[in-house]
Structures are given as structure tokens and as C-alpha cells.
Design a protein around this ligand. Structure first.
Ligand code: SAM
Ligand code: SF4
Length: 464
């Protein structure tokens, strides 16, 4: 049965908007870019116009506008997290994924709670504060409480000054009651990617298990919201179908959620297909997205939904990641492993979900990000202080959230430098902190210096 969310994804308006969009008229592109500068978001027809840009000059203008909007809303902060793959058991048969049930080349493993705690200790020792828990859709003894237990285990680990302060979760769609149980464990964002919004492609790519049902998946965020989880993250797996169609459909999904629940998604993820053990589709993406188009996707999303975070994973190479920070990315993973148990034993790549593009450790990524002038942030204040869903957007849209984000980013970054940073990263980081403080207005500077003094004096988790 078609769900309300499924009914909101309509092919004809997308196809029409794409057919009507023309970049031969540079004036129309500039009109859209001027509208985008106001950071109030874009309509489908506008997005289609930007997606059709091919002229290098106009492309440069698109990127410049995205950079300006990103800078005005997010400043120079980049939030860091690590994925934690707890199990690669899966009952589904998604043709692009190494975890799919019929893949005999994959070694299967579901971590025990002790093994999960061990992985978390390693991440905490590296300095991480945020984890994205990831699992295939099959749980040991077919018991969903495995996920609930795992979230609790992650939060229970304390080591020296470190602990995980926010667990986001990327697991298969749940019933409303299960979402309520998940919320009760104290998760941050519930993430789920539609993979492709194109029904025909969806059918061809998902051959087995519950995930075959497009509507069950596309309506998952409705159930999460009904259960009270108001920070949700959506996404598309780019490479399965035409990216232009996908971003317009993504926008339909966002506008539907805003209409139905008063708030859209907290984040959008933009995974691109990567090679995966035993997958021809992953090796030869049917609609491979070129690097230049990938940058366009990030820039257009930044302008279409300025207040929704954009997440960039280590699927991408360091260079692509660097380029997209300026265009709109607000969260990145670092030092990732996509095989269960991968942090404790680095060798077992035959259990991984897909291949990584960025193999650097957390400290190296942080040093690089700081050298580029971005503040690596481990802030988890908003959801812990109840600033989620609509409350978050009410602060974000008038730009007030900045007064919390900048000081919190600097105080959590300083924590990292003091507790975990290498000599080289500490040097680059202290320079960056001094620059950022120097650029602040009088009262913000005083308040931030006060917070940093507390961190230097040994206090941790100093937030506003
Ligand atoms: N099993 C759950 C699901 O499918 O929603 C959650 C975890 S799944 C491991 C997380 C995401 O990985 C999928 O939603 C998909 O977008 C992405 N993924 C799967 N295969 C991939 C590949 N070959 N390259 C890049 N991303 C991939
Ligand atoms: Fe299973 Fe998710 Fe991989 Fe599909 S994408 S095979 S559901 S882990």
C-alpha cells in the first residue's frame, strides 16, 4: 500500500521540472542564485535549474553562492564522528552491498556486548565523542533488543576523561513501538537512506527481505517522528539512478516531512557507491556520479535546505572531502572501519561493507581540517540540552545557534587537543583557537575564553 510519504514522492513533477530547466538562460540561473543567498531554501523548479548548469562560469557562481551560505550559517565548524559497525548479518538482498544475504564471499559476524565495549574504548581513546551505530537487518536470535543493548553498552563505556556523548543510529526501519524503545535509550539522530527514490530502480536493486518494500522504508521517518524521535537523517545512495532525479525527490521527501511534522530532517547523507565484496553493481554503478557532479550535489543541497546538516563519510577521498567542506558539508566521519570489530583488528577487510576512500586516522584528519581553518568540533550540546527537532530549527533559522556552536566547538576541540592530540595537531589547533577567538566580538570572546580556561583547568564537557 502506498504510504503518505510514498505518495509525496511523485515522478511527473520531477520529470517536468528537469525537462523545463535550461541553463541556456544565464539570467534564470542567476535569479535562483540570488534567491538562494537569502538562505530561505529553494523550490523544485529552482533546484532543477541549478542541476542543469554545465557552463563553467555559472558553475563557479553556484559554488561561490554555496560557500557563502555555508559560511554564514555554519561558520567554519566541522563536527566529527566515527561509525561503529556492530553486525554484518543481513536478511535483505541489496545488490550494491557486501552485507546482502546471498553474498557468500563475506565472513559474517555480530559483535557481543563485550566486543562492542572494546571497540568503543578504542574510539574513546582516539578522542571520539560521537558514534554512528550501523548494522545489517538481522539480529542475533532475531531479537531487536540487540540494538537497544548495544546503544546502552556504548554509553556505559568511560575511560580517563573520555566517553561517547551521542549515539546516532543507522539501522533498518522499525515499528513505532520499537522506535519508542530506541528513543528511550537516549539516541541522537535516527538515520536511514532511501537509497533511490526511483521506484523502478528500487525494485531492481532490492531483491530480498523486508527492504523490498519501498513504502515501508520511505515511511520510516514518519514512524520515527510519531515515536518522538525528532532528529532524523535521510539520504540517497548516489550511483543507482540519475542524481538530478534523486535530489528533486529528496526535496519532495523533505517538504513532506516539514508539512506533516513541522520539521524536516536534521541531516542529509550523500553516500556514493563504492566497490563492495561480491557486488557487480557496486563495481559498475549504473549511474556513476562524476566528481564535478558530486560537488554540485553538495552545493545544491546546501542552497535548497540551508539549515539541514550535510554528512560526508570516509567513502570519499581526502581531496573530495576537502573540496566539499567549503560547499556545504557540516559533519564528517574520520578514522572509520566498516567491518564489525574493525577497530580492534584492522586486518579483516573481508567483512567490510564497502571500501573506504579516506584511510587516515582521526588525529591526521583533525590536523588537516585545522590547517584548513575549520574548527573540528566534538560538540553534542544541542540534543543533550533538549535543542532538537523544531526547537533546534527555531534557534538555527534566525542564526542564534551560532552563539552556542562556536564556543562549544572550541571548548570540545580544546578537550581533544589536551587529552588526545599529537604534538603537531596540538600546535596547529592552538593556533586555530587563538585565531578564532581573536575574530570574535567582545562579549562572545570573554565567554569563550572563560569556557576554555575551565577546560585547561581540567573541567570537561563545558557547554553552552
Ligand atoms: N542495513 C541498514 C540499511 O540498509 O538501511 C543500515 C545499514 S547499511 C549498512 C548503511 C548504508 O550503507 C545503506 O543505507 C547504503 O546507503 C550504504 N551502502 C551500502 N552499500 C554501499 C556501497 N557499496 N557503497 C557505499 N555505500 C553503501
Ligand atoms: Fe543489508 Fe543494509 Fe546492506 Fe541492504 S544495505 S544488504 S539492508 S546492510
Amino acid at each position: 500500500m502506498t504510504s503518505p510519504a510514498g505518495a509525496a514522492i511523485r515522478d511527473e513533477p520531477i520529470v517536468e521540472a528537469l525537462a523545463e530547466a535550461t541553463t541556456r538562460d544565464a539570467g534564470r540561473v542567476r535569479e535562483v542564485l540570488a534567491k538562494a543567498q537569502a538562505a530561505k531554501g529553494l523550490e523544485m523548479a529552482d533546484v532543477a535549474v541549478l542541476a542543469a548548469i554545465s557552463d563553467p562560469g555559472l558553475l563557479g557562481e553556484l559554488f561561490a553562492t554555496a560557500r557563502a551560505v555555508k559560511e554564514s550559517i555554519y561558520g567554519s565548524r566541522l563536527v566529527l564522528f566515527a561509525p561503529l559497525y556492530i553486525s554484518n548479518l543481513c536478511a535483505n538482498d541489496c545488490l550494491y552491498c557486501a552485507f546482502r544475504a546471498r553474498n557468500r564471499e563475506l565472513k559474517r559476524r555480530a559483535l557481543t556486548q563485550e566486543e562492542i565495549a572494546r571497540e568503543v574504548e578504542i574510539l574513546v581513546d582516539q578522542g571520539h565523542k560521537r558514534i554512528l551505530l550501523v548494522a545489517g537487518e538481522a539480529y542475533p536470535n532475531e531479537d531487536f533488543s540487540y540494538i537497544l543493548e548495544s546503544v546502552k553498552t556504548i554509553y556505559s563505556v568511560k575511560k580517563n576523561n573520555g566517553e561517547i556523548r551521542r549515539v546516532n543510529v543507522n539501522v533498518a526501519p522499525l515499528e513505532v513501538d520499537e522506535f519508542k524503545e530506541l528513543k528511550a535509550t537516549g539516541i541522537g539522530t535516527y538515520q536511514l537512506f532511501q537509497e533511490t527514490y526511483h521506484r523502478g530502480t528500487y525494485k531492481m536493486m532490492h531483491l530480498g527481505g523486508k527492504k523490498r518494500d519501498y513504502d515501508w522504508r520511505v515511511s520510516a521517518m514518519d514512524r520515527a517522528m510519531q515515536a518522538g524521535i525528532d532528529d532524523v537523517g535521510i539520504g540517497v545512495l548516489f550511483g543507482l539512478f540519475d542524481w538530478r532525479f534523486e535530489i528533486l525527490a529528496l526535496l519532495q521527501h523533505i517538504r513532506y516531512l516539514e508539512g506533516a511534522f513541522g520539521v524536516g530532517p536534521h541531516t542529509i547523507s550523500v553516500p556514493r557507491l563504492e566497490p563492495a565484496v561480491g557486488s557487480d553493481v557496486a563495481a559498475h554503478p549504473p549511474f556513476a556520479v562524476a566528481d564535478v557532479d558530486f560537488r554540485k550535489i553538495v552545493a545544491i543541497l546546501r542552497l535548497a535546505v540551508p539549515y539541514t546538516g550535510i554528512i560526508m563519510s570516509t567513502r570519499e577521498t581526502p581531496n573530495i572531502r576537502r573540496e566539499t567542506f567549503a560547499l556545504g558539508v557540516s559533519q564528517i566521519s574520520a578514522g572509520s572501519r566498516t567491518n564489525p570489530g574493525g577497530y580492534a583488528s584492522a586486518e579483516e577487510f573481508e567483512m567490510a561493507q564497502f571500501q573506504l576512500g579516506d584511510h587516515r586516522g582521526l588525529d591526521e584528519v583533525i590536523g588537516d581540517v585545522a590547517e584548513m581553518g575549520y574548527i573540528p568540533s566534538f560538540c553534542t550540546a544541542c540534543y543533550r540540552l533538549g535543542r532538537t527537532g523544531m526547537d533546534f530549527m527555531d534557534l538555527a533559522k534566525p542564526g542564534e545557534i551560532k552563539h552556542h556552536c562556536d564556543p562549544n566547538a572550541l571548548s570540545t576541540f580544546l578537550e581533544y587537543l589536551l587529552d588526545y592530540g599529537s604534538g603537531k595537531t596540538r600546535k596547529a589547533g592552538e593556533r586555530l583557537i587563538a585565531d578564532k577567538i581573536g575574530a570574535m566580538g567582545e562579549s562572545e570572546r570573554r565567554a569563550t575564553e572563560d569556557m576554555l580556561a575551565k577546560v585547561r583547568g581540567g573541567e570537561r564537557d563545558v557547554l553552552v
